[in-house]
Design a protein around this ligand. Sequence first.
Ligand SMILES: Cc1cc2nc3c(=O)[nH]c(=O)nc-3n(C[C@H](O)[C@H](O)[C@H](O)COP(=O)(O)O)c2cc1C
Length: 381
Amino acid sequence: MKEEVSPQKSLEILSHYIIDSYNSAPEKPMGLIQFHLKHQGKNISCYLKADGEQMTFNFGELENYDVKLTAEHYNWLDLAAGRLNPVIGVITKKLQFEGDTKVFGKLIKSNSLFKIDADISDGPTIFEKKPIQNWSRPEKVMVILGSPRGRNGYTFHYLNRFIKGLETDGASVELIELGKKKVNSCTGCFHCWKNSTGRCIQNDDVNDLYDKFHESDLIVYAFTLYWDTVPGILKNFIERAFCLEYPYMIPGLYKTRHPRRKKLDQSFFVFSVCGFPEQSHFDSVKDYFKKISHNSHIPFIGGIYRSACMFLPNDPLYYKTYNRILDSIQEAGVMLYKNGRIDKKIINTIQTRIDPKEFQLHANKYWDNVVQRKDFFVSSV
Ligand SMILES: Cc1cc2nc3c(=O)[nH]c(=O)nc-3n(C[C@H](O)[C@H](O)[C@H](O)COP(=O)(O)O)c2cc1C
């Protein structure tokens, strides 16, 4: 269990920041600061002692000091954070100094408490902002099939045509069937961050998969909907991308994110199918991948979302629609490879609307036949 933080502990942690800042300063003045702090009615006395070489922090009271600060604990924290101006603090009696306040200013420099040496810059790139305008044909495409049934499922049934399209003009496509790989979930141990290795401590297939990921120019996440989101195996894979980033915090396009370990111009595309007929079933994954895109610095260049994926190949009355959809999916693969985008007309054909009432009627007939074990289907469940 993570213990609740005591006021003493918070002072100890703060003292580490102050000592760090003192140690990295070019000049190391001498001095002794005594603190008399109050927290929820209780007194805490502690001091910082700098001898010109090193600074130490201890609890207790000294008879001699250069300067003494008497304050509520929270007010001292506000002063250290730079949130409370010392002059205002004195005027409002939030802070009471006794002795040589110059020593205080020399030993504690709140503006340098959080300085680090590491270069953590990784701002948004031109490619991230405008991937289509800066498109060049991807040499390597990694298609991550996140539906557990792999090649035996409907995701692949449609995806196969998309891959054919991608390959038409020369893309080298590698299909990764996550269902055949060992992909554990992230255990949240932070090993990959603490050791700066960028490798996960778990001995499954994921480190190797992320090596391939880094070699790819375009990544296609292909999956079916499981309860309105990605199947668990794909979620596990995505979680493990934690390893690809440093733990530092930087501003992203519109919110905080982490810098990448490898700065590559990659993009990703989503290829998703689902059982229900309405397009709105994809809303949550569209939003999810927008967030994945931001957090991973990889632009999300588009998606194909085919609802009623089981219904179409199994309903003879939709055979024409089904074939038009398959042909358009292949055409979409060709277009994506060449231009990084797919014409709206092709997307509209792929996402041809299926009337929900008709769907329910036909799908129920299909399922009733399955339940009755009548064996005359084009594709089995
Ligand atoms: C556990 C499970 C959850 C599913 N959840 C959804 C869902 O939320 N929305 C939907 O439209 N279809 C859902 N489906 C239907 C699948 O999208 C459909 O069966 C699809 O064919 C499965 O992909 P696959 O054939 O590649 O295995 C679900 C299927 C399973 C097995």
